[in-house]
Design a protein around this ligand. Structure first.
Ligand SMILES: Nc1ncnc2c1ncn2[C@@H]1O[C@H](COP(=O)(O)OP(=O)(O)OP(=O)(O)O)[C@@H](O)[C@H]1O
Length: 599
């Protein structure tokens, strides 16, 4: 009944068949390519794409370079185009392409080339985003979903178009140095956890340093945004941090209890949202767990802002939510979904452990030791070297997911007894309460920046090749003596970019649903690298279909990761779509008791 209030056009947009999404991706309109400009035509108007627009590319039979945009030819000025002069349709807009082939602001382009390496191409979602995420007019804001598998570069997929836009329309540094001026960003990025907020902030800072934009990141609700004031460009925060700033209205003190306890000398952090042009909700499907809070947060933002929802999983319930809940439902969302979405990363193997001999934690420890021993074998070492993980002596690491804090404690205890150096990280972890990633750094990918003059960005010919870390300078602290195993809960399953040395993810308890499986498993095998996920509690993997909704969903995810993915909405525990019939995956018995590997 709720859908009755939604126009047919919007329903059609809400759940497009894959072919519609891909068609749009394969044939981006000139206006879609002209991002950063604000032509007057409606984005989805009937004549969209039928004539050249201001800022669109000259027809040259190739992708234009950024310099094309900076020096417009007579054929790409406003009104000079015609259908006959449209640029050739690209062969596949989700194909990897050089970052230079997109009309990025020169500073944003050099920042990303410095960050990833000069010759590093885009990933599928980055190609889609850079070709399509643009502001058409202030009166016609953009609403878009960016969806792609874990570890596929979604952070840059949303950051780059925003950096481009902010820089292209930058009015220069704010003259006011008033320490009491409210924090006033142009873009706000909401993440579900403090850990992810801190990591995304670090990535944005690494880029924004060259782009010369301001980035503020909240690391905890207690002190994250304190000390910042005045106009800035990007603010990263959790929904909770933002809400606590809005409590009682924008400009009210943050965390009043602390303020009472520690006295009025602590700096207040008011925030003004009237300058906000962009709102990004990272890990957007988590919104569903906090539906009311999310809507209450959104109600503070101006109505005409551009909204990007970024996600690795797109359940129909999320589509329903955004089409029926104001203010999200006020405009339809375009969908840019990578073909690999809802599958596991391609080089991630799934291994099921059916039998534990009655002692689950001990078997977990045994399987981790086995995995590390496999990693130390020659071929695994050679692959890691090729993938830029580091020296052949680099020790691989494992992240272990449990469904509860008590399970974290019991597994951690056993790992200790079995001589496995580990870190246990739950919502109650002391470092976490202090608002620091510190202890986690040994597991997280350090944010790097190129050392000038050094050759960075080793390439391979795969569609999503790993980039080398040669020639990079580590920005975060040294983590040489960090433990090899991290034991945690779903708290760290979302969005975090774990280090390439994390070769193994262990699911001690069955995932709550297939979405949970996708996110936990996706902490390894990132950026085209190899990885393995070891799954307990779901049998030996041969009869997943017979294990109810979760089993069916997991089976579907594993199969999609190995074949051609699709971008349809994902039913989670009862995933729909995908190929019928024979398995694309090959099952083979693993070395080790009862472990079944699906490659
Ligand atoms: N074009 C690229 N080529 C190679 N590596 C890339 C590229 N873009 C980003 N990366 C790297 O890929 C890794 C994963 O990126 P990111 O964390 O943005 O993935 P994600 O899609 O957001 O994953 P998740 O769904 O888990 O949040 C990062 O280490 C990033 O530096």
């Amino acid at each position: 009944m709720l859908l009755a209030t939604v126009s047919p056009a919007r329903v059609a947009l809400a759940v497009p068949p894959l072919r519609q999404v891909l068609c749009r991706a394969i044939h981006p309109t000139p206006s879609a390519l002209a991002f950063g400009k604000r032509p007057m035509q409606r984005r989805d108007g009937p004549d969209s794409g039928s004539r050249a627009r201001p800022g669109s590319y000259p027809s040259r039979g190739k992708y234009p370079s950024s310099s094309d945009r900076e020096r417009p030819s007579s054929s790409n000025r406003a009104g000079s185009g015609s259908a006959a002069r449209l640029p050739p349709r690209p062969p596949g807009a989700s194909e990897p392409r050089p970052f230079r082939s997109f009309p990025l602001h020169a500073t944003a382009l050099s920042a990303v080339l410095e960050h990833l390496g000069d010759s590093c191409p885009t990933t599928a979602i980055q190609s889609l985003s850079l070709a399509n995420i643009r502001v058409v007019s202030a009166e016609n804001p953009l609403r878009a979903i960016l969806g792609a598998e874990t570890g596929s570069g979604k952070t840059l997929a949303y950051l780059l178009p925003i950096l481009h836009h902010l820089k292209s329309t930058d009015a220069g540094p704010n003259a006011s140095n008033d320490p009491d001026a409210p924090l006033a960003p142009r873009a706000v990025i909401i993440s579900p956890t403090h850990e992810l907020t801190r990591q995304s902030t670090a990535v944005a800072k690494a880029l924004a340093h060259s782009v010369k934009l301001g980035v503020v990141g909240g690391s905890s609700s207690a002190k994250g945004l304190r000390g910042w004031a005045g106009e800035t460009d990007l603010v990263f925060a959790t929904g909770g941090t933002l809400r606590s700033m809005f409590k009682g209205g924008v400009g009210e003190p943050l965390d009043e209890m602390k303020e009472l306890r520690e006295g009025p000398s602590r700096k207040r952090v008011p925030m003004r949202l009237d300058r906000v042009e962009w709102l990004v909700i990272d890990e957007a499907d988590v919104m569903l767990d906090f539906a009311e809070e999310t809507l209450s947060t959104l109600s503070h933002f101006p109505p005409g802002i551009n909204i990007l929802l970024v996600t690795a999983t797109l359940p129909p319930s999320l589509l329903h939510y955004i089409t029926t809940s104001p203010p999200l439902s006020s405009l339809p969302f375009e969908q840019y979904l990578s073909p690999g979405m809802h599958g596991l990363p391609k080089k991630l193997s799934t291994q099921f452990v059916g039998s534990t001999g009655g002692n689950l934690p001990a078997e977990v420890a045994r399987q981790i030791k086995l995995a590390f021993a496999e990693d130390d074998l020659g071929p695994a070492q050679a692959t890691r070297r090729k993938e830029g993980v580091g020296e052949s002596k680099t020790k691989t690491k494992a992240v272990v997911f449990c469904n509860s804090d008590s399970r974290v404690r019991s597994v951690a205890r056993t790992l200790g007894e079995k001589g496995l150096d580990h870190l246990a990280w739950t919502g109650e972890a002391e470092q976490r309460i202090l608002g620091k990633n510190g202890a986690l750094d040994g597991f997280l990918k350090p944010v790097t920046t190129a050392v000038s003059g050094a050759g960075a960005g080793a390439r391979s010919s795969e569609s999503f090749p790993s980039h080398g870390d040669e020639g990079k300078q580590q920005v975060s602290v040294s983590v040489a003596e960090a433990p090899r195993v991290l034991v945690t809960t779903s708290l760290l399953s979302r969005g975090l970019d774990f280090a390439p040395s994390v070769s193994t993810v262990v699911l001690v308890d069955p995932p709550r649903d297939a979405l949970d499986f996708v996110h936990r498993a996706g902490r390894t095998g990132r950026a085209g690298r190899t990885g393995r996920v070891i799954v307990f509690g779901m049998g030996d993997g041969r009869d997943l279909g017979g294990r109810g909704g979760v089993g069916k969903g997991v089976k579907e995810v594993v199969r999609k990761g190995k074949g051609k993915g699709h971008g349809r909405a994902f039913a989670g525990s009862t995933a729909s779509g995908g190929r019928k019939g024979g398995r694309s995956a090959q099952n083979r018995q693993a070395i080790g008791k009862g472990r079944n590997i699906i490659n």
